[in-house]
Design a protein around this ligand. Sequence first.
Ligand SMILES: Cc1cc2nc3c(=O)[nH]c(=O)nc-3n(C[C@H](O)[C@H](O)[C@H](O)COP(=O)(O)OP(=O)(O)OC[C@H]3O[C@@H](n4cnc5c(N)ncnc54)[C@H](O)[C@@H]3O)c2cc1C
Length: 515
Amino acid sequence: MTIDRRRLLTALGAAGAMVMTGARGAAAHPGPGSRGGSDLAPTLNAWPGRPRGTAAAPPDWKALKARLGSRLVLPGDSAYSYERLGFNELNDGQLPAAIARCASAGDVQACLDVARGHGIPIAARSGGHSYLGYSIPNGGLVIDLRYLNQVRVLSDGTALVGAGARLIEVYAGLAQAGRLLPAGSCPTVGVAGLTQGGGIGVLTRKYGLTCDRLSSARLVTADSKLRLASPDSEPQLYWALRGGGGGNFGVVTQFAFRTEAAPPLTVFVLTFPPGSAADTIGAWQSWAGAAPFELWSSCQIAGGTPPTVKIVGCYVGDQKSLTPLIDQLVRAAGAQPTRLVESKDYLDAMKFMAGCASDTIAQCHPTWEGGTLPRASFVAESRMLPPAPLDAGKVAALMVGHSGVFLLLDVLGGAVARLAPDATAFPHRHSLASAQIYADTTRAGYPATKKAVDAIRDGLAALGATGAYVNYIDATLPHWGQAYYGINLPKLKKVAEHYDPDRVFAFPQSVVNAT
Ligand SMILES: Cc1cc2nc3c(=O)[nH]c(=O)nc-3n(C[C@H](O)[C@H](O)[C@H](O)COP(=O)(O)OP(=O)(O)OC[C@H]3O[C@@H](n4cnc5c(N)ncnc54)[C@H](O)[C@@H]3O)c2cc1C
């Protein structure tokens, strides 16, 4: 999704729907705030598809403590109350048995040696933004990578990025070297989850998905082996790590990415008047995918009566060459938007799109790491738009009456479509756009919010948008294996079963559980 959600939605005029929750109100301790289980997602706390092993003997946490010291956090430790939390407050009911803050691949190996074979779930956590909290397994071990967040740019432009880095750290590190990596918009998302699911962002059309820039990854597999996945080393694993979804194949400790020299960018926000939603969505669908690769945009529809539309975007070039392209869209939409258009360097453009334009890099972090960005309580689901435009009137109609719900259409095409659907594990190469339905649950509560979001997700499917993006992982998505992976599912299952035959890393929607 583009732009930090709260700030984006505030910008969309939905400020009334945005209730600040979580960490801002919980500054008394250093961790993120907890909603105390008042509005938890009931389906998410069960953990079916457990790994093989005997549940009888618990892992020898003492042995792991001897290695990690206070970096192993157990339920009795004071840090447990916040170390166990992820970004989505709906998952606060999940109670891991242990959280291991790893500082090296050796630590990760030690975690697996101790915890494997005891029938408990084991999951890596980097940014902690899994919508369903799959990185904080109930009763399981969290292998936390946050200490591994270093970003280093080599003289040939290769960026070595620790798996625990948040996107803002990647952007800041690359900007210092005058380089860029196409990646997602939220500054606190982890590079690890994002990359393994694909990685959609504001530079995607010009430079590809984040996973398309991956030249190699170091990871510890279920057998505790440290491996290099690259075109020449474990090539099937390398293929699977580029779109197969986080948590399925091992614990990545470091990525190597091909970067590009960072050119000047132009960002824009077009706010269309009420009553123009259907025409604007129709015009945007034809315009966005046919635009030059340099132009990326997102059509953001706020539910209501009537629904309203903003188009936000990022252009690799200057304002002078962008203006005629925007004019084209405005003519086709037949309505005059208000326009905000600004030139930015790479880092400022990423901060603008992240909704933290006026913050320092330190502030562009979660509150529990000293920044200003709080957690959220939300339901979000996904569909992929097919190559041909959907009926825009019907898309707009899906949003009528759904105040507080947002439909975010992020255009793909461009460099994404240069690769075949089976070139990497990310199968949606020919989709016009990723569609995300998002709503904060603090407005209407979990059950009503979930119902509204589900209805729009299923309405889009009925219009022809059947795929889904694994990074917007959805516990109740029908036929989720097919929807996330399409033609790549059989090969992905083989890779997952080869590298993790005992399902050490299995979770409810892991590849091994997909049908
Ligand atoms: C506010 C917000 C904004 C977002 N914006 C975008 C966007 O612009 N573009 C986009 O494409 N996506 C976006 N996403 C979705 C995001 O890409 C996914 O939620 C992603 O999985 C998060 O990765 P993480 O490392 O932060 O999460 P985590 O919860 O740490 O991990 C997610 C999954 O990956 C696994 N995993 C984590 N670390 C590792 C590792 N080192 N090795 C192996 N597996 C690992 C976990 O076990 C879990 O299954 C956004 C999400 C949120 C909440």
